[in-house]
Each structure stands twice: as C-alpha cells, then as structure tokens.
Design a protein around this ligand. Sequence first.
Ligand SMILES: Cc1cc2nc3c(=O)[nH]c(=O)nc-3n(C[C@H](O)[C@H](O)[C@H](O)COP(=O)(O)OP(=O)(O)OC[C@H]3O[C@@H](n4cnc5c(N)ncnc54)[C@H](O)[C@@H]3O)c2cc1C
Ligand code: FES
Ligand code: FES
Length: 1295
Amino acid sequence: MPGMDEVEENETQVRFVLNGELVSVENADPRQCLGDYLRQDRGLKGLQMPCRQGGCGACTVLVSSPEFGSAAANAPVHRIVNSCLRPLCSVDGMVVTTVEGVGTTKKGLHPVQEQLMQSNGSQCGFCTPGMVMSMYGLLKDNPNPTPQQVENGIDGNLCRCTGYRPILDAFQTFSCESTQSKSRGCEGRSGGCDGRVPLDIEECGSRRELCGGELTKLTCSKGGHTWIRATSLSQLYKLLRSTKCSGGVRMVRGNTTTGIYPPPKAKVLIDISRVPELTKVTVTQSQIVIGGAATITDLMVVLENNIDLSPTFPPLLAHLQRVAHPQVRNVGSVAGNLVLCNLHGDFTSDIATIFMAAEVRLRLGMADTFGTEETVGLWEFFQMSLQGVVIIEIHLPYGTYQTQFKSYKVALRKVNAHALLNAAFKFDMEKSTGVCTRPPVIVYGGVKPHPVRAYRTEAFLDGKCCYNQEVLRQAYSILSSEMVFDPALGRTGYKATLLASFFYKGMLALRPPGSVPPRMRSAVFNEERQISTGQVSFDEGDPALYPVSKPYSKSSAALQVTGEAVYLDDVDYAGELHSTLVVATVASAQIKHIDPTRALAKKGVVSFLSAASIAADGYCNLASEDEEVFASTQVKYYGQALGLIVATSKEIADAASKLVDVTYTDQKPPILTIEDAMTADSWFSERGADFKYGSTEEAFKEADVIIEGEVSTGHQYHFHLETQRALCIPGEDHTLKVYSSTQNPSLIQHCVGVGLNKPQQKIEVVVKRVGGAYGAKIYRSTAVAMACSYAADKLQKPVRLVLDIATNMQSVGARSPYLCKYKVGAQKDGLIKAIQLLIYNNTGAHFDFDYPAMDTLVVWMDCAYKIPNWTLVGKLAKTNLPAMTYMRGPGFVEMLFMVETAIEHTATVLNIRPDIVREMIMYVDGDRTHQNQLLPTCNVKHIFATLKKSSDYEQRMQQVEEFNINNQWVKRGIGMVPCKFVGYYDSQAHTALVNIYPDGSISIHGSGVEVGQGLDIKIAQVAAMALGSLSKNGINPQDIRIFPTTTIVANNTVSTGGSVTSELAAGAVLDACNQILKKLKVVADKLENANGEKPTWVELINTAAASFTDLQARGRFCAGPGKDGAFEYLAFGAGATEVEVDCLTGEVKVLRSDLLLDCGKSLNPAVDIGQVQGAYVQGLGYFLHEEFLFDRDSGKLLTDGTWEYKPPSSKDIPLDLRASLLENSGNSSGVLRSKFSGEPPYGLAASALFAVRRAVAAARTEFGVNGYCSLSAPATVENVMLAAGLSNSSMFNLK
Ligand SMILES: Cc1cc2nc3c(=O)[nH]c(=O)nc-3n(C[C@H](O)[C@H](O)[C@H](O)COP(=O)(O)OP(=O)(O)OC[C@H]3O[C@@H](n4cnc5c(N)ncnc54)[C@H](O)[C@@H]3O)c2cc1C
Ligand code: FES
Ligand code: FES
C-alpha cells in the first residue's frame, strides 16, 4: 500500500510465545481472531468459542506482556482476554498461554486444575478451560488474591451446569484468607501456584526482542485486508491520512466492541495499542490523564493506587467494577468505550455516564489537519463526526473536599451486563448545611442516545439545600419534565420510575449517613454484594456398596480441566467441508423464490441445498410429521431453515449464506404470544388436555372460599454452551458416520436413515460427550444432523454444521411459555378441596416430534399434594415461533410454579401462612395420586419439616418481618416449597457392553449420553463395585474406560433425559457385570482355594483370560411400569430461599437458599449434589432473569445472544447456598436404592420467586397498593419493580 511503509523498520511476521514455544506467523490474516488461530492453525482445542461475543468466557486465554499496564511500565503483567475478540496480529511480541500450557494429564495438573477437579467444578466441561484460565491468570498477576478478587475473577465466565458453587469453592482455596490453600492448593509446588508454567513472562529476559524490545511497525496483509501496528502518534496520523481512501480504515485498541456490534467495514486496521503517547495513565496535581489506548483495567489500577486523591475515585472505581468483566476490561479501552457510545446511540455506556458527571475532557488530535488538537467535553464529543479523530488523552479531574459523587446502574444481571439505565451525580456542597456551592452535574444514560445532562435541574439546585424535602420535590418535578425517554430504547415505563429512584437514592446518599432515617438507610448503604459461600452435606454412603455411594470426581474431570476433553468440533477431518444454514428473515409468508446464484458464485462455495434440491436428489425433507428440515413453500417462523450452503471454510459458508436471495409473498403479521393466538384463534385443537379427577364443580359449591387468579411463565433458552452441531462422514458401501451433539443417538440414526432413504444399519451415530444439553438435544438436534447428512451423502465428503449462537437461539426451540388461569376452592382453615386450571401453552409453529406439552402437565399437576378434585383444560397455541421443546424438568417446573402460586394465593386470602396450608395437604404414606399411583411410603412431610428446622425457617420468617418493618425501601421475603418428582422408568431401555481385557483393564460401551450429569462415573462405580467384589484389592472406578455412545451398542434405545438415565444405564451395566461375574466366580473360587485368600483383580483376570473365559457381556435394563402405578418410584425434596428486594430498582439479591433432596442411597453424592446446585441456579435464571423479547413486526428474537440474554452469572447465585441430600435414605425400588437428582431441584428455585413475591407484598403494603400480586416468571428487575407498585414520587421522603 503506497505511503504506508515509508523508510522506517517494518515487520511483517507476527511472532509470539505460545505455551513456551516461539511462534512466527507469516501472512497473518488481520481478520483472524486469536481463538480461531489457536484452534484451527495450532490445534489447541481446549478453548471453546460458543458465543464469539465476549459474553461467555469459554475462550479465555492469558496474554502476558510488560507493555500491559502503563502504571507498571516494563514490569511483566498478565491479563486474561477473550480470544474470540482478540485479533491474532495484536499479540505480536507477547506471551500467550492457553489451558494446554497450564497443565496436562501427562505432565501433571496445575493446582488450579487439580482443585477444580477435586471440587467437582466441571459438569459438561465446556466452560471449564475458560474458568481455569481466569483463575490461573488471576494468580499469575496476584498470587495472594483476596476472596473478593477471587470472586470477581470469574465475572466474565458463564457456566450453565454447575451453578458456580463448586467452582467458587475450588477457587476460594487460593485466596489469601483460605485455610485450605496451603494444604490443598499449592503445597509441594515449587514456585507455589505459578510453579508449572512452561515458559512465561519471567523468562522473557532471554527473549527481550519479543517481550519488551524496541517495537517496530508491523504490517500484515491478507485477502485485501491490512493490519498495521502504529508505534507513534505522528505515524498514526500519517497512516490515517494515507489509508483514508483505501476502502475504510479503523483504529483498533481492544477490538472488544466487535462483540457487541458488527465492525464497520474496513480494509485497513490500525493497531493503536502500542502507541506510547496513547498508552500512559498519569497522575498529576489536578487530574488523572488517561491515554487514548489505556485500558479500563489500567484506569482501575491507577484509581485504586490513588484512591485517596479525590472523593470521586472510590465511587468511580466501584462503578467500573461493574463495566463488562475482566477479559474485556483488560484490553478494552476507555476511549473505545466512548467512541462506541458516539457511534451507537442505543449503547448505554457506563463510562460515558460516569465520566460526563465527573466532567472529564478529551484531548483530540485531528489526523486530517496534521495533528492539530482540540479539547472538548463529552457532550460536544458525542455530537462530533469522528472521521480522522484520535482521542489522545482523557482528563479526569479531581473533586474537591466538598465533592460527593454517586452513580447507579441497573442491568438484567449483576455483572457482565450492560445497563438498562444508569446515572451519575456530582454535587459540590456544604456538608453541614446541604447547600450546593455550584450547580451539580446530573447525568442519565439510557434515556436518549448518548448520556444526557439534566441542565435545568442542575440550575435549579444551585445554591439550594439538598436536604430539604420541598427542594427534592421541585427538583424531581423539573427532572422528570426534562428527561424525555426515546421510545426506541425500550422499557420506558420502567425506566421512568427508575429515573426517579436513582435521583432519590442520590439525594438520600448525599446526606451524612447518620442523618438518613434508619428505615431508609438500606436503600443507599446496602449495595455491596458480600462474598458468597456454600455448604454441602450428604451421608457417608453404604460400605457394602463401595465404591458406589462414594463421592468420586467425574470420569472426564481431568480431561475437562486440562482442555483435553474432546467435543464434536474438536476433531478435524482431511478434506472436510463446512456448512451454514440459510434462514428466513420473516415469520409468516409464502416462499416465492430462492435464488442461490450470488452465493454459488463466491469462491469456495461448493453447493446449496434446499427443499427443492432434496426432492430432486430423492431424499426425504421431513424430520418429523410436522417439521420440514428446509421449508419448502411456507415460512412459519423467523429463523426457519430454508437451505444449506456448503463451502470449503466456515467463514465462506457464513458469508455466502447471506447472499442467497429469497423472495416472499403473502407476508402476515406474526403470531408470537399466547395472547396473539387468542386474538387470531390459532390453536392445535387436536392435542390439548381435558383432565378431570373428582368433581371440582361439586367441590366449589361446598367450598368456604373461591380464589381465582392468573399467572404466566416465559421462554427459557437452554444456553448449552456447545450449540447444536453435527459432522457427517461418508464411508464405503454408502454408509454414513454421524457425530452429533445429541441426547438421542437412536433418533438421529432413525431420522438420518429416513432422510437419506437408507437402512439404519448404514448409519452409525457416535456421541462422546455433549457440551450442555438440558433437553435441547433430545429432539432438536435431529434437523441439524439431517441437514448435514444430506450434504455429506450428496457430495461424498465429510461435512460439518455448527450453529452460531444467534441461529441456535432463533431457529431452535426453547422452553415454552404458559399462561394459567386458576380457580381454587378451599375451607376457611386452609384445606384445599379443589383446583381448576385453564392452561395455555405457546407451542410454536409445529410440534417438536411428540413432545407432550399438555400430557406432562397432567402428570405433574398434583405437585406434592393430596387434593381430591382437579380439572385441567389445556390449549396449545399455534404461533410463528420454532417448535418449543423439552427443557430440564419440562412441565414439572411450570406446573409446580403455577399450582404453588394458586396455593400461595389461597393462603394469602385466608391469611394463613402458605407453609401451613402446604403441610395440611401434603401426601402421606398410603395416599394415591390423581393418577392412581400408590405412595406406600411418602417422606415429603418429613423432608419439609427437616428443612424447616435446619434452615431456621420459622425464626427467619420473623426476622424477615422485623426487617420489613424497619426498612422502607428494601424488603425481604422468604419462600419455601416442596417438590415431588416421578421417574419414567418404563420410558427408556438401556444397554451396556462390558469388556475386560487380559491385563485386567475394563471398558464400557453404554447407551446413555454423558451430558455433564456424571453418568460415566456412576456406571464405572457400579461396574467397579460388581466386578471388584471377587478380588481382594477391588477396582478403581476411575480406571474404567467409558467409550463414546454409539448406535453399534445403543441400537434401540431412547433419549438420555428425565433424570433416570444414570440409574437405568447403571442397571444395564450391572446386568452385564453379573453375567461376567458368574463366569469369573469359578476361576476366583479356584484361586481362593489354592491361595487361601481372594486373588487380586489382575491375577483373577490373567488366569481367566488364559483359560479363554469369555470376558465380554452385554447387559440390558428395560423396566416395565412400577408395581404401585405408572412410575417406579417418586422422590421428594424441599427448598427454602430468602431474598432481598430493592424496591427502588427491582433488583433481587438471593441471600440464602437451603435445599434438601431425597436421592435415596446416592450412587455418587458429589455428582448428585452438583446436580442440586446446578439445577437450582438454572431455575433461578428461569424464575428471576431470563427473558425473550421479539420484534413485533418481523417476529425476530431480539435477545439472541449473550449481550441481551442473561442467564445467571456467578454473582447472581445465593450468597449462602446450602445443599443437602437426605441422610439415611434409600429406595426399595430403583437401581441400587438410588433416586434421581437432575431435575427435581430445578423446581425448588420457585421458592426464590415466592420469596420475591413476599417482599413485593411487603412493599405494596408499605406503598398502599391493594390486591394480591401473583408476580409471574421471570421476575426481572423490571417486573419486580413494577409489581412493587412504586408509582408516586411524592413517597420519596428525606425524613
Ligand atoms: C461482553 C461485553 C460487555 C460489556 N459491558 C459493558 C458495560 O457493562 N458497560 C459499558 O459501559 N461498556 C461495556 N462494554 C463495552 C466496552 O467497554 C467496550 O467494548 C470497550 O471499552 C471498547 O474498547 P476497545 O479498546 O476494545 O475498542 P475497539 O473495539 O478497539 O474500538 C472501538 C472503536 O473506538 C475507536 N477507537 C479506539 N480508541 C480510539 C482512540 N484513542 N481514538 C479514536 N478512536 C478510537 C476504534 O477505531 C473503534 O471504532 C462491554 C463490552 C463487551 C464486549
Ligand atoms: S466465545 Fe469468547 S466470550 Fe464467548
Ligand atoms: S460445566 Fe460449565 S457450562 Fe457445563
């Protein structure tokens, strides 16, 4: 490129140290991210890239350089980063460590890995390498972190399986306050926790040229794109001028904004991260000067080190702690954040808001005018066009001794979430009188594009006393009139109330703490979240069953913590092709024409498949009776698959998929909700429910009271980090091997066979493990596998199809929403006699195979209660959405919530405590359910009473009441629910092939799929127990190898799910082992007689093998209906949750949760406790956080990525989580006396919402709002605040 490389030295190779090895990359692609390079080019598959948005943390790696951290120039600094956003070219000269460089199963685990494994901190394992890297990175930077720093360390890492508790417990052992770290963490490691790093920054002395030598300009070009690293400001200006006409130029610092918005098209990327004039953060007499390429972390470090210099610094630092998360802050710049805010009016920047209030000024340099400079305030900056403008410095002035600074942010989640609304206030005032000595600065973000200042309110307050009630009233009146919300930014009703709340909080907080009335203090001085803790308890198991009933780590735990666990997309095949779905961009229309011409013309595109080509090729386009793999004539929902582009790379396939031209006719407004379906009268009328038990009509006539109400539930995306995917490899004789991320290999085999018109024996389906499923991969993986299989069979090449997160969320169904209208008949004393339910389900555009949405409701409707009369009428709404599907505890969770709501409502009307009403109607021994299931023994009352006692429920209820009397704006609530779970034993059959080899090693091929639930270790324990009984030294279950699930063995099974698979699979293993045992017993007896003692396992097998004993057996477990009814057994549990609600914002803090589950004689209590914790936190997401929002016109899901969809983070879990398995329990049915654990605890999270309701009820009483509020799910910040009924700002008192 002319003019670009002048005379100065210019490097063209990207060179860095990767896990101790020097790496040089010729022709590095400026567009390639570090994560893709590491996975694709270096085969380092430990990191995963589920979101590519900086939102999940699974791609975390450590980057070390003396250049990070301008505060500590030349000292080596280690920073974790999201490798999905980090450009490869940006790490030139640095040291990169991936999970593979931390520790391996061969060389030994690093203490962080070891500890995570020991604490059972991995389930599906997809998030695990990212978690390891976050903790490892923290320790590299700070070997003695405080507990708070440890807790903050995983703010950027999401885990959908574990509920974070075991991860935090593992990581807290490394905190400076841990009593365990010496013994369990770093003991025996030379160099403590850092002792195992192959080559890192400390060794850079010998590699000075890489890690700290003179920087030169770097230029890399590929595919028409150029990366240039600028090394001085003057060079930057020159580059900006010379590249202006080269097809777009973009400066890049952290590149993190590309996780939020697609980057503007630019052929030239200029890396400004090493321009010395831009990287400094300096502290002067009057201000902090932040360089235009300094990161948010740099700023935080300087603020922390100079915290006493200005009263504004502590609140600024606290607010920055809630900006993004460590991986983004470590490379994301302050300037980049402000530029993003300039470019995208819908981005509610925290930094812009707090900086505007702090009155920062920007020193700008203009490239076009050869570096002329200008200094502007933020308001002017947001009005500017930024063409050729460089932010050189940001000047953050100190406050005076009179200054007070307050800032607020409300988001859908505590951390790693952007603000819905934020505000910052800077007041200079006489503290004794409260009189403003100059106009305050009042700024709000999220009202309009860019933060806005309340100039009129500021002017009004100048010289006024802020402690005065009338001043507050008038100021608020002016504020609300000048802050006019832009409707395009959404949630205007909520935000208008929040605006007032922030202002009120701010005015209260300005007062000396002692003068804030005690009842109001919690509204302003209660915002810090403490360190969360946890406890688990279970009994010691049964020695007669050992190793069954002992808490072993999961089979793959070591592989998961080292990143060695192999998932579907971790294996490359020579010559493989990649594919991308072409999806509909309307929700309801006829397809007129699909034209792939432009896509096919793109270099690297191999083929386009659609319904028409499928028909022409003789394939079958139906996944099920109701579902086409590719829509043929009609589009039924936004995101529906219309075809598949196949290309030589994923990038080409993705780009080409957008070039397929589709024209539609007869486009209709979409039906999206149950209410829309009611209006349009759109139902699946043939598949509703009409269930009666007893006579509700008669019971209502005799009831003392009739209570009627309505409650609803929302969607929930499974958020399996590993999206839906398949890899199909054609073989000889027209066979096809299908790797699918599925819970249901047999169904995939069947559907692919039907689709390709081949007998099932030609299709082999293989699943080693899946990276999260939770029901989504029971049916929904089928169409993905079929689409991929058409391409592989047609082209006779391996073809891979991996959905990106947006397509997965748009095109694949979720948990379906319900609306329930209930009617309860009860006696005055609280005894419930009848419940009538009218329930609507949002089914989607077609059925998900035979997913029985309404039938499952009937199964679960009685919850844990003997109620003599029931009616359930169910209707299925046909909407323009993908088919809704199973998600953990389908029907059980929703029904529990809806029926328990009806019970709570009844108790409230009767003025009786809900727990007392519940106890009155709970099942007891000998009861029969509404489906005639006999409960010979029923311990629900015992469990409920035990939990009530162990959780101090009664006493805490009183404390909650006292708290609510003593606190005006912050209210607490405590809720408690029991649950009953039934197991469909007869819904699954399982097989197992057990092989023993002559050296004594054992392998098992099972038919269940390891989805993270610990199936593999449980079946290994069962095999070790059974086979080890003949030897004197037993068998270590962790030595047993569990093979991937394949349809060669699992030839006629059903899906893994319903919480029963581990047991049934264990039953099949036991059957196989018993067959082998019979044969081995003869040999063992002979050896024992000869030697006078039992043989060792190896002796026994050596001898048996020498005499050609058959050491293989195939076992099967296929249960019929249970002896007491349809179900083999039932399991009960109970949960109690206490919450605190800030009624001024709607934010909920879960203070404490106590969970008790009857797992019988748990096969592996560590695994089962993990299920309890994980399911509960997933339930918290469903009941409190996760929300789908659609575009009303197009039907597009707006919350289709990590930026908008917010499952719980590690800071949303209970501050105190106590999970227990019922002690001394057993099970007269079932396999080895165990009971299921996977789904029941999910329902217990409803107690959190009931607790919120109670807090909201207390608020409503306080605010004088009448009537019962059956707050629906999800109780998001918005819904909670609106339910609390705070509508009148005249309630905002200062005294
Ligand atoms: C997952 C995630 C969560 C986030 N959460 C929050 C949040 O809670 N609150 C919040 O406020 N923000 C949040 N952000 C935004 C984040 O703060 C920004 O992405 C980051 O600060 C941008 O800095 P960068 O260096 O990566 O910018 P880049 O992506 O490198 O650049 C962004 C733009 O700024 C321009 N630019 C950069 N530096 C300069 C300069 N010196 N002069 C002129 N132009 C320049 C670039 O040319 C480019 O156009 C989040 C981001 C992510 C990805
Ligand atoms: S893939 Fe990088 S953060 Fe999710
Ligand atoms: S173990 Fe964390 S996402 Fe599965």
